[in-house]
Design a protein around this ligand. Structure first.
Ligand SMILES: O=C(O)CCC(=O)C(=O)O
Length: 271
């Protein structure tokens, strides 16, 4: 799947690009059944909601080894549906997966992600340039009620903003944009856009776009899976106390586009 010049220009301008129902119902069903299997794995690669204990984030589904290894997810990360557009958006053939994460917003319990830029954390990881793009896959329909993502269009062009560590709001600690700064940016930006869509929809977004999502007020779980692509040439430099491999991968081997039939091509997992 190759993006048109018009789609590339839209991504450069807005900082995101929505590809409705790019993946088939069968592909989504295969990923959903993998998520059901992985949810019950006892591993440090799963973050849980503080109060309910339900799964919030599950990491590292794209490799052949490790407790959360998953053949369908490994295949989709190398499929032409995701890898080819990522290569076009980053204008580089040699990409690797910085990390993969599967975010569940459990019905009623699933909590917010405050406004943030992903690259703030990745710069602290030692990643030299904001040359990463994320492919979001909607596993369930994403709605405003079940906590879809919101983007501020064009905010990636503001560059990296000052952020502060928030370790209070949810069980997941990360850098958020302080309220007054956020309001000032919102006053001079287009309104935030709700990123809703049917299962199978894929959304590419820039690592500096301002984004966040609300609480899940609905009776439906909302799963979204994120594949973060980085240029091999932009891999993190050495830092003191690097974060673990499941969020800052050190597997910098360039990915090659594989079969577009992720269901037919399932690699054998390492023991
Ligand atoms: O899954 C969500 O609702 C938001 C996730 C997010 O913003 C992130 O992981 O950076």
């Amino acid at each position: 799947m190759r993006l048109s010049n018009e789609q590339l220009a839209r991504y450069q301008c807005d900082g995101f690009l929505i590809l409705p129902e790019l993946l088939s119902a069968d592909e989504i069903a295969a990923m959903k059944s993998e998520l059901q299997r992985l949810e019950s794995v006892d591993t440090e690669l799963i973050v849980r909601e503080r109060d309910s204990g339900s799964v919030k984030t599950l990491y590292r589904v794209h490799e052949v080894d490790g407790s959360t290894a998953s053949p369908p997810f490994r295949a989709v990360g190398r499929s032409p549906h995701l890898l080819t557009p990522a290569q076009q958006l980053l204008n580089d053939e040699d990409l690797y997966l910085y990390h993969t994460k599967c975010n569940r917003k459990a019905a009623i319990d699933g909590s917010i992600w405050q406004w943030h830029q992903d690259y703030g954390t990745w710069k602290n990881d030692g990643t030299p340039e904001p040359e990463l793009t994320t492919a979001l896959i909607m596993i369930d329909e994403a709605t405003e009620a079940n906590g879809c993502l919101y983007f501020i269009p064009g905010s990636h062009r503001l560059g990296l903003l000052d952020a502060e560590m928030d370790d209070r709001t949810t069980s997941y600690k990360f850098y958020v944009i302080p309220k007054q700064q956020l309001i000032a940016i919102m006053e001079r930006s287009p309104e935030p856009v709700a990123i809703t869509g049917k299962p199978g929809t894929v959304v590419f977004f820039h690592c500096n776009i301002l984004h966040g999502s609300g609480h899940n007020m609905s009776r439906h779980d909302r799963w979204q899976v994120y594949f973060v692509y980085n240029c091999v040439a932009n891999h993190p430099l050495d830092v003191a106390n690097p974060r673990p491999d499941y969020v800052r991968s050190t597997n910098w081997a360039p990915l090659r586009v594989e079969s577009d039939d992720m269901l037919a091509r399932q690699p054998i997992l390492a023991k």
